[in-house]
Ligand binder design. Sequence first.
Ligand SMILES: Nc1ncnc2c1ncn2[C@@H]1O[C@H](COP(=O)(O)OP(=O)(O)O)[C@@H](O)[C@H]1O
Ligand SMILES: [Mg+2]
Length: 349
Amino acid sequence: MSTGTLLEVEDLSVRLRTARGIRLAVDHVSFSIGQGEILGIAGESGSGKTITALSLLGLLPGGSRTTGRVVLDGRDLLTLHRRELRSVRGRQVSMVLQDPMTSLHPLLRIEVQMTEHVRTHLAMSKDQARERALEMLAAVRIPDPEQALASHPHQFSGGMRQRIAIAMALACEPRLIIADEPTTALDVTVQAGILSLLDQLRRERGVSVMIITHDLGVLSSISDRLCVMYGGRIVEHGVTREVLGSPRHPYTNGLMQALPGASGTGVPMRPIGGSPPSLDDMPSGCSFHPRCDYAQVSCSSKVPPLRPIGGGRLLACDPDPLAPDRSEPSSSGAATSVPVPDPLAEQVP
Ligand SMILES: Nc1ncnc2c1ncn2[C@@H]1O[C@H](COP(=O)(O)OP(=O)(O)O)[C@@H](O)[C@H]1O
Ligand SMILES: [Mg+2]
């Protein structure tokens, strides 16, 4: 569990240059990550999760503009020069992406990639870097680290490649790993393995993890707290167990209802109608209102502020139709306790 804040993001906004002009892709987002904490960022495709993550490390496409503060260990990353940022990346903060082939070079042996990565950031001899690589491969439970060093990425399965990408991310002992859809391309069993690996790394090494996913089920057993994003904003934020146990934002509730039921429960999947907005036609007011079962007239004109609703929870919904004293248990879209499939439970012993 967390002991002190590692990363503090305050009022982060990102404007992207698109074919049709400048568009606000991340809209006044604030959150923090504690040491050894796993923070989940959830939301459908296009909600601004990846742009948020990339902006933290200055990795946005050209022409983008980021405002706000991203304070890591007392330093605002948004004020750093390119070179300083490069040293933060890899050394203090590492990224793991959905497709490990984007972080692994297809033509180079794992040994070359890992030792070069280590030596770029740490003053180590080749032998020391090799030792470090072996240690990290063992830490992510690669069966034969020596043999892995001698291999090329294509010789591994997708799950093993993702483990190697995580080993690489860990090699410089970063304090924070940002994992963007790290298990999306993997089947459930392999996904469970990667998630329990991240959980083990935070317990054993005190690494903090920001895990981004479109799948709330992924976060159910692994993240301590979570932010639900929609249309570039955080719409609900709180302790994972509490948010998933009784979602308060109609969007969070919709995502929960859309989850496939835990095996054997027979709870049907009920997808949210419509699709997420594009940056070019962001609805006015609450951007979720056109898809919301509970929308009122005022929702199309007033942007609901993200406000505390007790217990450290934040909610951006003004009618607050799912407040405990308001929900009607029999209504089809009402907040109900949907059993969340537990990806870690799918793991083979
Ligand atoms: N390079 C880009 N140029 C223009 N628009 C982009 C670019 N990258 C992402 N977007 C838009 O920004 C919004 C947020 O995207 P993204 O952060 O990738 O969403 P998520 O990761 O939640 O799926 C989307 O509407 C997406 O289409
Ligand atoms: Mg994304």
